[in-house]
Ligand binder design. Structure first.
Ligand SMILES: Cc1cc2nc3c(=O)[nH]c(=O)nc-3n(C[C@H](O)[C@H](O)[C@H](O)COP(=O)(O)O)c2cc1C
Length: 450
């Protein structure tokens, strides 16, 4: 049982109480009681999006061994479709057999492609059944190579972009430039299958420490076309975006980007070069302009990484079992994430930005998101853990203008624990008995002597 201390329990019964706390911790929480903007139709590229609420990519770790979706994967997306989210950002899906974060991570190939096609069809059909033929969620598939976190790489073949003590202390070999050149083709091939499967867009994942993101902070990678100066560190991401645009023009390109890593220079992206841990958005701002110019039509702004900067990545009350309590009030993390989205949206007003980090706010996320969107700080509001817990939140918001507090995510980290314990991820609190019993079994397995 996780008996970790809770940093600052969520005790707010009213939005006013929450806003007073924000003031007390010194952050400016956007807020607008009129939440109708979230339910407005919008567009990505030339496609309609039925509302401005997005389900964020959330790995369920429940694929078949070859990477195809299973019944559990389909159940998750069917719930998102039936819940009314206007945009559904499908979870991290590997482009390479040896680049999966775990052997249960989705992997898209011509062989698994038909499974993805059914997944998209079931998701869209669930949405249409409940909201009518006109409600077709925009579907994005997140493509990734897990880089240093690839647990499916054969023994001795896991590689890193460069040594980074904040991402791990193991002495692993570096990718050669030639090997990195070859990664572009893997993303293009995956995008081609994704287009056939019916996705509207693919996301070239550039966040949370995985390969494409790792390179963005590869300041210390020497004598390489992929390390050192900004133009080198951003090369792989921009090359992949351009190659997918050129070779698979029928699918739109999105990027989920870390605007800052929270680890000091020379190991992080979006960090001040004076070595302090302060944020510097000059390079992320340059990068999003280049991404727009390369044809990226949708951005999703995030930060930190789930292993050693979880408070930056996903503000929580209760940490993952065995890890540290949040070093800051979660509201600081929420407002930081929303501010990063706003900074990137200001750079590229023509490219819709999905904001991240709203789930900790429970039933108060809609007025906060409405305040952010009305101020132009993003064009869509993304919910990660909140969607695992409460996939019907968009439908409830449309029907009654507010959310049911007893269905909301409580930022307890159990979904992350499920992943870490080698199980399949979901909400162990709100989606019971399925995930509560999986969580219990995973805890028992972890505690039993082997
Ligand atoms: C169990 C779990 C799985 C996740 N899987 C992914 C993923 O596949 N891709 C990704 O970019 N982020 C992933 N994330 C991060 C979320 O998309 C999101 O950025 C984070 O939870 C913060 O948003 P929230 O406050 O709305 O939960 C995951 C988070 C959790 C807790």
């Amino acid at each position: 049982m996780n008996t970790q201390p809770v940093a600052d329990r969520f005790v707010f019964k009213t939005a006013d109480a929450l806003r007073r706390k924000a003031e007390a911790v010194g952050v400016a929480l956007p807020f607008d009681e009129d939440v109708r903007i979230l339910l407005e139709e919008t567009a990505v590229g030339d496609r309609r999006v039925p509302n401005r609420i997005a389900a964020q990519p959330m790995e369920g770790c429940d694929s078949t061994p070859d990477g195809a979706p299973t019944d559990l994967t389909i159940r998750r997306y069917e719930r998102f479709g039936a819940g009314g989210a206007g945009l559904i950002w499908f979870e991290a899906t590997s482009v390479a057999a040896d680049g999966r974060a775990n052997a249960r991570q989705l992997f898209i190939t011509p062989v698994t492609g038909p499974g993805f096609r059914s997944l998209v069809e079931v998701t869209r059909e669930a949405a249409r059944q409940r909201f009518g033929r006109k409600h077709t969620p925009f579907c994005v598939l997140q493509l990734t190579h897990s880089g240093r976190f690839s647990s499916t790489a054969p023994a001795g073949q896991r590689r890193v972009a460069c040594h980074n003590p904040h991402f791990g202390r193991e002495a692993l070999p570096e990718w050669t430039d030639d090997q990195l050149d070859g990664i572009v083709g893997a993303f293009v091939a995956a995008a081609r299958v994704a287009a056939r499967a019916g996705f509207d867009a693919v996301d070239i994942k550039a966040c949370h420490g995985y390969l494409v993101h790792e390179l963005l902070g590869a300041h210390t990678r020497a004598n390489s076309r992929y390390g050192g100066p900004f133009e080198h560190r951003t090369r792989l991401l921009l090359d992949i975006v351009s190659a997918v645009r050129a070779e698979v023009p029928e699918i739109a390109v999105a990027v989920r980007l870390n605007a800052t890593d929270g680890v000091p220079f020379p190991y992080g992206f979006g960090m001040s070069a004076d070595g302090s841990a302060s944020i510097d958005l000059e390079q992320p701002a340059r990068l999003v302009r280049l991404l727009r110019d390369a044809g990226c039509v949708l951005l999703n702004v995030t930060a930190g990484n789930p292993i050693n900067r979880p408070h930056i990545n996903r503000p929580y009350d209760r940490p993952v079992a065995g890890s540290a309590p949040s070093p800051e009030h979660p509201l600081i993390g929420v407002v930081r994430l929303l501010g990063l989205a706003a900074s990137m949206q200001a750079e590229v007003p023509s490219v819709p930005v999905v904001a991240t980090g709203l789930s900790w706010l429970r039933q108060f996320w809609p007025p906060v998101a409405a305040g952010l969107l009305k101020a132009g700080g993003a064009q869509l509001a993304g919910l990660g853990r909140g969607m695992f817990a409460y996939p019907d939140a968009p439908a409830d918001l449309a029907a009654r203008g507010s959310l049911d507090p007893v269905k909301c995510c409580i930022a307890c980290s159990r979904c992350t624990e499920l992943m870490r314990m080698g199980s399949t991820a979901g909400c162990a609190v709100r989606d019971h008995p399925l995930y509560s019993s999986l969580h219990r079994s995973a805890e028992e397995a972890a505690e039993s002597p082997s």
